[in-house]
Design a protein around this ligand. Structure first.
Ligand SMILES: Nc1nc2c(ncn2[C@@H]2O[C@H](COP(=O)(O)OP(=O)(O)O)[C@@H](O)[C@H]2O)c(=O)[nH]1
Ligand SMILES: [Mg+2]
Length: 308
C-alpha cells in the first residue's frame, strides 16, 4: 500500500511495516521520507535518556498517561544502541508500557542496532518523521546506552529529559559523555531510595557551574515512577521549557541546526551507500591495504571514489 494512504487510513499495521523498512535501512526508506517530509514538523519531540535501569520506560509510561489525559496522541520510539537484537531492554520497555498497548492513539515501537545506510540515529530520525506525518502530537524517544550514539539520537528531540537515580556511584552520572549539557530537564527517579537529596544537591552545583547555550537552566524534578509520583511536575517542567523555546526563538535556532546536521548526515550516508554500490569487497579491501601501506592517502582515495 502507498505510504500516504497508510497514513490517511490510520493503518497501524501499515505504519509498523514502514518502520521496519526504515529500521532495516532498505532503499524504500528513502522513498518513504521523500513522501512524508512535507507533512512533518508538527509534533513535539521529547527525548528521554539515561543509563539502563534508571526507570526511563516506567517514567514514559506515566508521561503517556499524563498526555493522554490532555487528549494528545502519542508515539513512542524506544531505541537501544547497545543491543544488536531486540534484547532484554526492549522487552522490558514493552512490558513497562503495556497498559497503553490497546489505545489506538498510542503507538509504541522499539528499535535496535541494524545494518548500514546511516546509523541508528538516522533511522530514529526517519521514524520520528513518519510518526509526525502520521499525526502524532507528541513523540517520545527513549534511548538507552552510553556515548555518542545516545547523544546523537536524543538530539533529534526538542526537549530532553536526562534521567538519573541515587546510588549509581559517587561521581555524578550526568557528567558522562556530554549528557550534562544536553539536558533541558533533569529527573532524579527512584526518589524513594536513599541518596536522592544528596544527588539533587550535587546536581544543582553542577548546573550552576555549567553553561547552557539557550539561557535555560534545567529544572530538577524528583520522581518515583513506579508510584506515578512527580510525573505531573516532570511534564509541567517540559511544557515550561518548550514554551520558553518557542517564545524566545531558541526553538527555531535548535531546529535550524538540526536540519543542518541532518543534511550533513544524509550527505555522508548517501555517499557511503554510493561507494558501497560501486566497489566490491575485494576492491574495498585493496583500498584499505593501499592506504595502510601508504601507497596512497585517504583523501585521494575518497576523491577517486566520488568521481566514479
Ligand atoms: N524503587 C523504584 N523502582 C523503580 C522506579 N522507577 C522504576 N523502577 C524500577 O526500575 C526497574 C527499571 O525500570 P525501567 O523503566 O525498565 O528502566 P529503563 O531501563 O531506564 O527503561 C524496574 O524494575 C522498575 O520497576 C522508582 O521510582 N522507584
Ligand atoms: Mg527502557
Amino acid at each position: 500500500m502507498d505510504t500516504l494512504e497508510i497514513i490517511k487510513n490510520k493503518n497501524k499495521r501499515g505504519i509498523a511495516k514502514l518502520i521496519t523498512k526504515i529500521e532495516n535501512r532498505e532503499k524504500e526508506a528513502i522513498e518513504i521520507i521523500k513522501k512524508v517530509y512535507k507533512y512533518t514538523g508538527k509534533a513535539w519531540i521529547i527525548g528521554v535518556t539515561g543509563t539502563a535501569g534508571v526507570g526511563k520506560s516506567t517514567l514514559v509510561d506515566g508521561m503517556i498517561d499524563y498526555f493522554r489525559r490532555e487528549g494528545k496522541s502519542i508515539g513512542i520510539i524506544a531505541v537501544d544502541p547497545t543491543s544488536p537484537f531486540s534484547g532484554g531492554a526492549i522487552l522490558a520497555d514493552r512490558i513497562r508500557m503495556q497498559s497503553h498497548s490497546t489505545d489506538e492513539e498510542v503507538f509504541i515501537r522499539s528499535m535496535a542496532t541494524r545494518g548500514h545506510l546511516g546509523g541508528l540515529s538516522a533511522a530514529a530520525r526517519d521514524v520520528v518523521d513518519l510518526l509526525d506525518a502520521y499525526g502524532k502530537d507528541i513523540i517520545i524517544v527513549e534511548t538507552v546506552g552510553v556515548g555518542q550514539d545516545e547523544i546523537d539520537i536524543v538530539k533529534i528531540a526538542e526537549s530532553i529529559v536526562v534521567v538519573l537515580m541515587p546510588g549509581l556511584g559517587d561521581e555524578i552520572q550526568a557528567m558522562k559523555a556530554g549528557l550534562m549539557e544536553i539536558a533541558d530537564v533533569f529527573t532524579i527517579n527512584k526518589a524513594d531510595k536513599e541518596g536522592a537529596e544528596k544527588l539533587e544537591i550535587e546536581l544543582e552545583k553542577l548546573i550552576e557551574m555549567s553553561h547552557y547555550p539557550n539561557n535555560w537552566k534545567p529544572e530538577i524534578i524528583k520522581t518515583i515512577a513506579t508510584n506515578k509520583i512527580g510525573i505531573n511536575e516532570l511534564c509541567g517542567a517540559l511544557k515550561r521549557h518548550f514554551e520558553y523555546m518557542k517564545s524566545s526563538e531558541k526553538l527555531q535556532e535548535r531546529l535550524y541546526k538540526a536540519v543542518q546536521q541532518r543534511l550533513i548526515d544524509v550527505y555522508c550516508d548517501l555517499s557511503i551507500a554510493k561507494a558501497y554500490n560501486k566497489l566490491n569487497e575485494v576492491q574495498y579491501k585493496n583500498i584499505i591495504q593501499d592506504v595502510y601501506e601508504r601507497k596512497i592517502d585517504p583523501y585521494t582515495v575518497v576523491e577517486e571514489i566520488l568521481k566514479i
